[in-house]
Design a protein around this ligand. Sequence first.
Ligand code: NDP
Length: 328
Amino acid sequence: TRTPVNVTVTGAAGQIGYALLFRIASGHLLGPDVPVNLRLLEIPQGLKAAEGTAMELDDCAFPLLRNIEITDDANVGFAGANVALLVGARPRTKGMERGDLLSANGGIFKPQGKAINDNAADDIKVLVVGNPANTNALIAQAAAPDVPAERFTAMTRLDHNRAISQLAARTGAAVSDIKRLTIWGNHSATQYPDIFHAEIAGKNAAEVVNDEAWLADTFIPTVAKRGAAIIEARGASSAASAANAAIDHVHTWVNGTAEGDWTSMGIPSDGSYGVPEGIISSFPVTTKDGKYEIVQGLDINEFSRARIDASVQELSEERDAVRELGLI
Ligand code: NDP
């Protein structure tokens, strides 16, 4: 039998955690034959609710779930971790400035990065979901000098999935016919969902759509503002689809992209496509054997260039702000 994989989830008692843990335990994160140990990391106020969730996990009698540990100590929570999903974050509250948000999250992600550095397994893979995800990932990565930088990633898969869904709705195509969509930049309102290299049943998506006004005025803002639209409709944020995207992100990273397709991940830039080296920005990537590579050689038109640059500019500013705060 296979050795269980240790999966740590922070903010485990939150909304996303509730939608996420059951799917990890049922084998959707890593595969139907991979046993898992769950480590739930919470702040002290979240421990009791995490225990309740663990009781429900027990009651599912998942064949792949070996054990569950609940802790508020990051050193314990990340001990031997192979996969870490950093979901818990300090939400932006009314009247909060960006600097306040970044420093509050620095207080969470800096010590977590250090705890990962000191305690996680050598093959640790980290996905940051908690917002501002890209910059939180940068803070954690900077605090973990012994872990290869590329193991720290940020989630733009929900944006990727939203863009595929919107494109399918517009064109009448099946979701499964849409390939090579890209999210560039920050997981924020400036993100850029790019269909110029995407394919719909083998045809160029931008040519199938053939409507730049729709792209600029409908598609891009709909994808970027989908989170707010869901809060408006549901009265609560998009927890299940966020959890689903986290599952997709890690599953693709571990198990590979399909031949001829790619996905979107927030990853430390190597300078590709003019994105400053080191910032954690979303790129088109292929994955294989647990490693990812940026898709190279794509022709970036003017429409795309301006939008990528704007989102990357925002990321550079966030990096400068956390640098000034001494967080990286
Ligand atoms: P959620 O589980 O709904 O969200 C958690 C984080 O994910 C937030 O930062 C949220 O950002 C982000 N997120 C990213 N994508 C999405 C999306 N599409 N939709 C919604 N959220 C998204 O938050 P809860 O408040 O329910 O739970 C947070 C839990 O984390 C609490 O149990 C708290 O105790 C815990 N926590 C744990 C910490 C730790 O382990 N050290 C530290 C801080 C909190 P956004 O705010 O922008 O929506």
